[in-house]
Design a protein around this ligand. Sequence first.
Ligand SMILES: [Zn+2]
Length: 207
Amino acid sequence: MSCHLERPLDHETWRRFRRLQDRFEIAALIRPPHYGEDRALWLDHAREAAAHGPLGHHTHWTSPAHARPTGGDPAARVREEAEWMRGQGLAPTLFCGGGWYMDEEVAETVAALGYTDCTARGLEPCRVRLPSGGLLPELPTTHSIGALVRRRLGPYVHAYFHDYDLLDAKRRFALVAGLARLHRRERASGSEPLAGPERSFSEAFER
Ligand SMILES: [Zn+2]
């Protein structure tokens, strides 16, 4: 289970996220700060999330509210954010591209940073063969909140939600029901990279 922390500075979403993270194992895929955002508060929250579960890096390329890139060098942005986080003593292990965006250069960068990627959708865990010959470990995202409640759960489930989903009572109840459903399955949980079949970049990200 992972949460895309889109609004890591918002008091109410943060409070609700932390309350849930105390009850269930949830990876915090946090959006690094954009220009003008309060970095000290961001760091407090990122450190607190990292103390309670796996930490991940969730890039929004264009703005806090516009995830996919509209220009610039997407891979460079990921590298800069990662270097800044590491400089602050944070050690994210997971990555998810905002708006599910991925390109070959971003994938190479994510692999070079030692991250396990979560941007692919609906697959089993795998390793993505990159143009450089390297392998990117992939723990694909498989279920939204709605799907977690309604759909069949296969042996591998990686559900996700957004922090702002927690502001909506209906979504919040659905999510807790889904988390409880996952919990009952008594299967291994975690966010460690698993071995898995090799896939090409286009098999993983261009389906
Ligand atoms: Zn996002």
